[in-house]
Write a protein that binds this ligand. Structure first.
Ligand SMILES: Cc1cc2nc3c(=O)[nH]c(=O)nc-3n(C[C@H](O)[C@H](O)[C@H](O)COP(=O)(O)OP(=O)(O)OC[C@H]3O[C@@H](n4cnc5c(N)ncnc54)[C@H](O)[C@@H]3O)c2cc1C
Length: 469
C-alpha cells in the first residue's frame, strides 16, 4: 500500500494529494451526515491523464476507488467505507470548460466543473445550459451525470442523461474510453455512454462530458399559485400545457407544511399570497421575445384554470427580484428541514395520473401508523416526482425519532410507490442508502444484467464497491 500511495502522490503532485485533515474531514462525510468514512488517500487529479494513471496504480495494486464530485449527493454514493483502505478520487481540480460550440449548441467540459459555473459559461455565449437544482453552487457535472440528476427544469429539457451527447470515462483498469464527438446522430452499435450515466461511479470515473445547449430565453415569467391539493396541481399543469405548449419549463409543488418550515426558519421570507390556502405551486415559463404576448396568454390560461380547476389564487412575479424570491422559497426547503433537525427523505415517482391518490393514501397511512410526525411534501410535479419527507413530531428529538422510525417509514412510503408502478428513487440514485431497496424491489433479471455489466467492466470489483449493487 505504501508504495502505491507514493506513486499516487507523484502522479498528482502535492496540490493533488490531500493531507490537510480539515479538508479531508469534509470530503469523508456525506451531505446529510448519514455516512462517515476513512481513506488511505484522497487524490485530486488535474487531467484525464493523471486520473487514468492514478486509477491504473490502484487497479494493479487491488485498491478500491471512490469517485467524488461536489459531495452533495443524498445517498452516500461518494463516501468511502470505514476501512481506511480505499482511495477517494475527488474531481474538483478538473474544473475547466474546454469549449462551447455556438453553432452546434454544445459545451465540452471536464467532470469537475461546478454546475453553476457551467451555466454561467453557457450564458456568456447567450446559450442556456438548463440543468438546474438547489445544489448547483457545489455539485459537479460528473456527479450530475453519474446520478442522472433531475432538478428544476426536467419538464422541458429532461434529466442530465437527456442533455449528454458525449462522454469520456476512465475505466476501472485505467483505460480511457472516449466518445466526445457530441454527435446528435450516431447509430454505430451499443450506446455505451448510457451505461455510465446514473451508474453512480460504479463502472468508471467520468472525466469529460459534452452537453447539449439551448437558446437562451429572453424573458422568464414565474407565478406562485394557490391550489387545494396535488391532484389540482396536476390538473392546472395539464391545462397550462395544453394552452401554452412547450414554453413551461418548471412546475413545482410546495405543500403548506413545506412552505411553513421555510417561513419559520428562514429570515426575511414571506408567502407571496397572504391568505391561507391548501398548498402552493411555482410555475415558470420561458419566452424568446419580450414576453408580452406570452404574459397575456398566461394570464388568460390562469383565469381559465381558476374557472375549471382547483386553482384558487395566483400571483405573477412583477420583477426579476420577485421571480427569484419565489424560487428561493422553493429552494430553501431542504435547508429549512435541516434547521428543524433534518428529515427522513424520500424521492419517489409515480405515474402523474396517480400522484394525487398516492399522496393522499400515504398521508392517511402515515397518520394511522406514525401519528404526530410532520410532513414536508414538495417536488417536481410535472415529472411525477415528489419528495415525501418526514420530520419528527414537534418537541421530539429528531435524531432519536429518525433512528427508531426511519426504516419503517421508508418501507411504507417506498412500498406504496412501488405498488403504484412507481420508483423508490426518482432522481437521487441508490448509493449506499437504497441498496437494500434495490435488492428488494429490483426486477431479478434486470439486477442480474446489472451484475454482469459490473463484472465485465470492473472484474476486480474495485470501482466504488458497496454502492448501487
Ligand atoms: C440542497 C440540495 C438540493 C438538491 N436538489 C436536487 C435536485 O433537485 N435534483 C437532483 O437530482 N438532485 C438534487 N440534489 C442531490 C445532488 O446535488 C445531486 O445528486 C448531484 O447530481 C450530485 O452531484 P455531486 O457532484 O455533488 O456528486 P457527489 O455527491 O460527489 O457524487 C454522487 C455520486 O456520483 C459519483 N460521482 C461523482 N462524480 C463522479 C465522476 N466524475 N465520475 C463517476 N462517478 C462520479 C459518486 O461516486 C457518487 O456515487 C440536491 C442536493 C442538495 C444538497
Amino acid at each position: 500500500m505504501h508504495e502505491s500511495l507514493s506513486k499516487l502522490h507523484s502522479i498528482v503532485g502535492d496540490d493533488g494529494f490531500v493531507t490537510d485533515p480539515s479538508v479531508a474531514s469534509t470530503l469523508l462525510n456525506d451531505e446529510r451526515g448519514l455516512y462517515s468514512g476513512r481513506a488511505a488517500a484522497i487524490v485530486k487529479p488535474h487531467s484525464t491523464k493523471e486520473l487514468a494513471d492514478a486509477v491504473r496504480v490502484c487497479f494493479e495494486a487491488g485498491i478500491a476507488m471512490v469517485p467524488q464530485g461536489g459531495n452533495t449527493g443524498y445517498c452516500g454514493g461518494a463516501t468511502p467505507d470505514e476501512s481506511g483502505s480505499q482511495v477517494l478520487f475527488n474531481l474538483s481540480r478538473m474544473d475547466r470548460v474546454i469549449g462551447i460550440d455556438e453553432q452546434g449548441f454544445t459545451m465540452t467540459a471536464q467532470a469537475g466543473v461546478i454546475l453553476a459555473a457551467a451555466q454561467q459559461a453557457a450564458a456568456e455565449h447567450q446559450l442556456l445550459f438548463p440543468l438546474s437544482m438547489g445544489s448547483e453552487g457545489s455539485c459537479q457535472l460528473g456527479g450530475n451525470v453519474s446520478t442522472n440528476a433531475g432538478g428544476l427544469a426536467v419538464l422541458r429539457y429532461g434529466t442530465a442523461r437527456e442533455l449528454v451527447s458525449g462522454l469520456e470515462v476512465v475505466l476501472p483498469d485505467g483505460r480511457i474510453w472516449s466518445d466526445l464527438k457530441g454527435l446528435r446522430k450516431d447509430n454505430t452499435g451499443y450506446d455505451l455512454k448510457q451505461l455510465f450515466m446514473g451508474a453512480e461511479g460504479s463502472l468508471g470515473i467520468i472525466s469529460t462530458v459534452v452537453f447539449r445547449l439551448y437558446p437562451m430565453p429572453r424573458v422568464r415569467i414565474a407565478a406562485w399559485l394557490a391550489i387545494d391539493n396535488i391532484g389540482e396541481a396536476v390538473a392546472v399543469l395539464a391545462l397550462l400545457r395544453n394552452q401554452l405548449g412547450d414554453c413551461i419549463t418548471s412546475f413545482e409543488f410546495i405543500s403548506r407544511e413545506a412552505l411553513g418550515l421555510v417561513l419559520r426558519s428562514m429570515p426575511r421570507t414571506q408567502n407571496p399570497i397572504d391568505t391561507v390556502h391548501g398548498h402552493y405551486a411555482l410555475v415558470e415559463l420561458a419566452a424568446f421575445d419580450d414576453g408580452g404576448a406570452l404574459n397575456s396568454d398566461f394570464e388568460q390560461a390562469l383565469l381559465e384554470a381558476m374557472a375549471n380547476t382547483g386553482l384558487s389564487d395566483a400571483v405573477i412575479a412583477q420583477s426579476e427580484q420577485q421571480r427569484l424570491a419565489f424560487w428561493q422559497l422553493r429552494e430553501m426547503i431542504p435547508s429549512a428541514e435541516k434547521q428543524m433537525g433534518g428529515s427522513i427523505k424520500h424521492d419517489v415517482s409515480v405515474p402523474i395520473s396517480q400522484l394525487c391518490s398516492y399522496s393522499e393514501s400515504v398521508v392517511a397511512a402515515m397518520e394511522r401508523k406514525f401519528p404526530a410526525c410532520r410532513h414536508s411534501i414538495y417536488g417536481h410535479v410535472g415529472d411525477g416526482n415528489i419528495h415525501f419527507n418526514v420530520l419528527a413530531p414537534e418537541l421530539m428529538q429528531a435524531d432519536a425519532y429518525r433512528r427508531e422510525n426511519a426504516d419503517a417509514i421508508s418501507d411504507l412510503i417506498h412500498g406504496m410507490a412501488m405498488a403504484c408502478n412507481g420508483s423508490f428513487s426518482a432522481e437521487h440514485g441508490i448509493g449506499m442508502l437504497k441498496r437494500s431497496e434495490l435488492a428488494k424491489f429490483g426486477d431479478p433479471v434486470g439486477l442480474e444484467l446489472m451484475r454482469q455489466i459490473k463484472a465485465t467492466l470492473d472484474p476486480k470489483g474495485l470501482m466504488n464497491p458497496g454502492k448501487v449493487l
